[in-house]
Design a protein around this ligand. Structure first.
Ligand code: NAP
Length: 311
């Protein structure tokens, strides 16, 4: 009922973390012993190029200047654990600036896959001005993935995005949404343009994308970043009173965060999930989801039935 064994927590670790999750959603910090940290994360290929990305990245919507030190610590830890994908946006307050400062201080820009977003209008006039501002704030010459935020200006921006890709200022082109109401329009753009990535809302509790967009992404060889994998954090509140089922150990899930992420990244179309976190403890928990066995199809059905019976 599982695939890709790279790391197996002991039965004691699973039991301990399951009990902790049931009690107060406390997270299993101790199991990141030195031996664990060296095990590399599971990776998946970007369909268009074959370049591999670790299956769990970092969302940064909530990054704020008041937490500057914590953010640097979080990025440092992600890098140590082999995570590479960081998703931000011109519209996320100070997020780009804080990431740029952290990468410069740590000297780790080259090892990371930086994704940001722009719109046709709005912030700094949108378009080229927004892109230039992102480059400056992220302190980089090149963006790995530039995405049109919330489908705002896809037709207007596409010629510029394609030109920037040709000249190497960006490496991949994407479009994003986090709302089911935009999925039909996103599908139209996926058929219209040669996209490298979409970014879409997908979680155990929100499977709409799996009926339309994810099969289309597979068909058209478009990579997928899965956003809001925890329903903006709301799924933890729903799971708070419950203990992890015994069979979570069959996919090496030692916490609800790992359980939810392993469901998302085991979809064949999903390249990488980008859970948002502002705490090292959460980041470590999420990076752990990129280790060990992932659910196969029967296990994915079991997880869906578990969720559906609960809500
Ligand atoms: N339209 C778009 O393009 C769009 C829209 C929405 C989101 N996004 C992207 O997707 C990312 C993820 O979405 P999101 O951050 O809004 O929601 P999310 O990832 O579903 O949930 C984030 C929340 O979960 C908490 N959390 C994270 N890991 C945890 C763990 N292991 N255990 C317990 N709690 C945990 C975080 O707490 P702490 O902060 O305390 O760690 C935060 O409150 C965003 O940051 C952004 O990069 C894109």
């Amino acid at each position: 009922m599982s695939s890709r064994l790279q790391f197996r927590p002991s039965r004691r670790q699973v039991l301990q973390s399951g009990l902790a999750a049931g009690a107060a959603l406390a997270l299993p910090r101790a199991p990141w012993a030195e031996a664990d940290s060296v095990s590399p994360p599971v990776t998946k290929p970007i369909p268009g190029t074959g370049e591999r990305l670790p299956v769990v990245g970092l969302g940064t919507d909530k990054f704020r200047t008041s937490a500057r030190d914590a953010i640097q610590a979080e990025i440092k830890r992600m890098h140590e654990l082999g995570g590479t994908v960081i998703d931000t946006a011109a519209a996320y307050g100070d997020s780009e600036m804080l990431i740029g400062d952290a990468l410069a201080a740590l000297g780790i820009r080259e090892g990371l896959f930086l994704a940001t977003k722009l719109t046709a209008g709005g912030l700094s006039g949108g378009g080229e001005a927004s892109f230039q501002r992102s480059l400056e704030r992220l302190r980089t010459q090149r963006i790995d993935l530039l995405q049109v935020h919330n489908l705002n200006g896809v037709d207007e921006l596409m010629p510029a995005l394609q030109a920037w890709k040709r000249t190497g200022r960006i490496r991949h082109i994407g479009i994003t949404t986090s709302r089911a109401a935009q999925h039909a329009q996103m599908a139209e753009f996926m058929r219209k343009y040669p996209l490298d990535f979409i970014q879409v809302d997908y979680s155990l509790a929100n499977r709409d994308a799996a009926t339309t967009l994810l099969p289309l992404a597979l068909e058209r060889k478009i990579g997928v970043l899965a956003n809001v994998p925890f329903g903006f954090g709301s799924l933890f509140a729903q799971l708070q009173a419950r203990a992890l089922p015994d069979w979570a150990g069959d996919i090496d899930a030692g916490s609800w965060g790992q359980f939810l992420l392993k469901y998302v990244v085991s979809h064949p179309a999903v390249t990488c999930a980008i859970p948002g976190s502002t705490q090292v403890m959460h980041l470590e928990d999420n990076q752990r989801a990129a280790r060990g066995r992932l659910p196969d199809e029967p296990m994915r059905r079991r997880m869906e039935q578990f969720w559906d019976a609960m809500v």
